[in-house]
Design a protein. Structure first.
Lengths: 124, 378
């Protein structure tokens, strides 16, 4: 094996390594997990990965609140100070674009980077 | 190759061949192997990277209006939004062509359509495209297979109801039903056997000058089916087409799973938007219902589907959905089923090869044919 051979082989290996790194980076970029994003009055307040169970008390104006629970990869509002409790009645969400809305508290929880929606179309 | 080239370089520099010695052959082979290995690794991984970045398809949705007086939604996959929009644009164009062909109200330059056939009723045969002939033949076939419960020659009665419905919706206080004598009179001119199709000459002639075609029960479904074939020809293999709730799946989703299609709840004020979902892959589902297109007279709803035997709106149940491969057939069958009671319809569907159906009853109850796979929303 001559010096030139070694240089060329090393260059090829370097290219291979770069490609591997590219694949790894790219995969990491696209496989970003689903998150529940909390908005109060249209402003983003926090992001919580659906992969980690937790309960977050979302402070709304005038001492009000919504309790966001993340469990089994789903986000759900389980308690709230609002009068109508429509947000509590809503089904848990986990798919891309799904949301939980509390109109009185101006709280919106939206799923980002989630899986495909549950319903692709409808017939009527 | 490479080691050989390097070797020759060495030779040239020295001006004479390398003297043969023990181990030189092994060294050459080792170098060659190292080259091959490194090259394979590099090329392979670069190719993998290229494929991963270049072939990633995203899901997109396009919505457009302007065909069949309804909303069309196309859901599919493409590498970029521009590519998807170009594909959806082609589908929109194609759908529009069918809209013009099957239109009974308007004339379009350079298009011989259903209105042209109606206008020439009792006078002369009209030369039309193969698409119109195929669709009409399918309509006539469906009439016979459903004992006349869906009739494309029912235009004279349907246009009467259309007129009264439009007026009634524009001025609900003065909404009226068409007079019974007028309905009976119009029903005299609905004989489907008076449609004369000459395939050789590619013409259609209506023998009764007072009759007219209305292909509302089949035209949209036929168009959607043609659209799905066209999409496949264009290389779109994973697509969900919805033309006003006339849903057709070209293949499944990109990951191979079926598209999930919700069956809308006729009780629109209910919390439950869908009564359930159906997995759709390479098939169509079409619903006929009384809860979307209707008008109210004296507090009572009159829907747009007219029973061919009575000339009056049907009212057996709020909706029926038909699942089948062909969207045109499903469209016509759903209309026919809407014009029969549940028992009669069930018997027809059970005997129908390749068709399944789901009925939603007045009390919210659901009935399915035996092969209808359905995920009920609780």
């Amino acid at each position: 094996m001559k010096k030139n051979d070694i240089i060329l082989i090393a260059a090829l290996l370097a290219a291979a390594l770069a490609a591997l790194a590219g694949i790894a980076l790219y995969s990491a970029g696209t496989a970003k997990g689903a998150e529940a994003v909390v908005y109060i009055n249209g402003k983003e307040q926090g992001r919580y990965p659906l992969g980690e169970g937790r309960a977050v008390k979302i402070p709304a104006g005038d001492g009000g609140y919504n309790l966001l629970e993340i469990k089994d990869g789903q986000a759900d509002i389980t308690k709230a100070s609002c009068p109508d409790k429509i947000c509590v009645d809503q089904r848990p969400v986990s798919r891309q674009g799904e949301s939980l809305v509390c109109l009185p508290n101006k709280v919106v929880v939206e799923i980002e980077n989630g899986g495909e929606p549950e319903i692709d179309g409808s017939t009527n | 190759m490479l080691p050989g080239i390097m070797q020759r370089k060495e030779n040239n520099r020295r001006g004479k061949p390398v003297p043969h010695q023990r181990g030189a052959g092994w060294n050459r082979r080792f170098t060659a192997a190292a080259y091959v290995l490194a090259a394979v690794l590099a090329v392979g991984l670069l190719a993998a990277l290229y494929l991963k970045m270049g072939n990633r398809q995203e899901r997109y949705e396009a919505t457009f209006f302007g065909s069949f007086d309804t909303v069309t939604v196309v859901t599919g996959y493409a590498r970029t939004q521009e590519i998807f929009e170009e594909q959806a644009g082609k589908l929109e164009q194609k759908l529009r062509e069918y809209h013009e062909l099957f239109d009974i109200y308007h004339t379009y330059e350079g298009t011989s359509n259903i209105k042209a056939i109606n206008d020439a009723a009792g006078e002369e045969p009209v030369k039309v495209s193969q698409d119109i002939i195929n669709m009409l033949k399918m309509g006539i076939d469906m009439y016979h297979k459903t004992e006349g419960k869906v009739n494309i020659a029912y235009g004279s009665v349907l246009s009467l109801w259309h007129e009264y419905r439009e007026e009634g919706m524009a001025d609900p206080g003065r909404a009226k039903l068409p007079p019974d004598t007028l309905i009976q009179e119009r029903m005299e001119h609905t004989d489907i056997s008076k449609i004369v199709i000459d395939e050789e000459a590619s013409t259609v002639f209506l023998e009764d000058k007072d009759m007219s075609l209305d292909v509302g029960s089949i035209g949209k479904g036929y168009a959607v089916q043609q659209l799905s074939s066209y999409a496949k020809e264009q290389g779109m293999g994973h697509l969900l087409l919805s033309v006003g709730g006339n849903v057709c799946a070209v293949g499944g989703k990109l990951d191979g799973t079926p598209w999930q299609v919700g069956i809308e709840n006729p009780q629109l004020e209910s919390q439950k938007p869908y009564v359930g979902t159906v997995g759709l892959s390479g098939k169509s589902i079409v619903t006929s219902g009384d809860y979307q297109r209707y008008y109210t007279v004296g507090g009572k709803r009159y829907c747009h589907i007219i029973h061919p035997d009575t000339g009056m709106p049907s009212g057996y149940f709020p909706s029926v959905s038909v699942l089948a491969e062909d969207s045109g057939m499903a469209d016509a069958l759903s209309t026919a089923l809407f014009n029969m009671d549940l028992e009669e319809g069930l018997a027809l569907v059970e005997a129908w090869p390749g068709a399944e159906a789901l009925w939603i009853l007045e009390d919210g109850g659901i009935r399915c044919s035996s092969g209808f796979k359905f995920h009920e929303e609780k």
